[in-house]
Design a protein around this ligand. Sequence first.
Ligand SMILES: Nc1ncnc2c1ncn2[C@@H]1O[C@H](COP(=O)(O)OP(=O)(O)OP(=O)(O)O)[C@@H](O)[C@H]1O
Length: 266
Amino acid sequence: MIIDIQHVNWQRETGTIINDISWQVQPGEHWCLLGLNGSGKTTLLNMINGYIWPTTGKVAVLGEKYGEVDLREHRKKIGWVSTSLQQRLHGRDTAESIVLSGKFASIGVYNQIGEQEREQALLLMRQLDAEHLTGRTYDTLSQGERQRILIARALMAEPELLILDEPCTGLDIFARDQLLHRVQHIATGAQAPTLIYVTHHIEEIMPCFNKTLLLRGGEVFAAGDTTDMLASERLSEFFSTAVDVRPEPGGRYSIRLTGQDAQSQA
Ligand SMILES: Nc1ncnc2c1ncn2[C@@H]1O[C@H](COP(=O)(O)OP(=O)(O)OP(=O)(O)O)[C@@H](O)[C@H]1O
């Protein structure tokens, strides 16, 4: 099993942040994690990466039980692309050196970078439409270009699990679409890692995400096949407001508010 979370709780002085979450991810599945602000998505990802520990319950990722595994080694098998990662990078580094640095996480020694790794980095940049960014410093890249570089960086370590945490934040509709098609390409390629895609936006759910977890108030509202999870009736209940979800050509979805909120905004 890729992820096996059993009856996990996370208690803070302010209250219960994660309440009895169980979630299993099997090989061959790609999951979308959907939830509004404050629903517990980041907290759950922090648990999957072993940065926070559940108050009760069990977490196992890629077959390793947390509490029994060396997390620093284990994390090398997990790629995590998030906005907090962006803030930790050096703006003066070139695009290709940032991609290459993804390998350090995996081998830990700078001078083991050789021609093979450089070729691998360039190949990944090509796959992410970012080859032309070679030589450019990170701080001169657009948000869409940065995201593609960060995904290439994560893939450099050949992770078994790749978590994309709201990768389309700040992208215009064209850059967003381009990135989403790259994600679809990664998910359907040979030896693809298992993907977890975190978002608030139904329109971003690509056809590769065959499973969806709906998270609300620190609890699993529902989990299962994406087609079932995105039914209008279920999502209306999830958002506590009437929505109309429609399948669009290309296996994607659109959503429209039809309830009270829509009327009050009119
Ligand atoms: N260390 C902490 N101590 C107390 N409360 C916390 C802590 N970390 C998170 N929370 C609270 O837990 C809830 C869930 O937070 P989390 O960041 O997991 O949500 P999220 O779904 O990722 O939200 P967003 O979409 O806004 O990023 C929030 O109400 C947050 O304020």
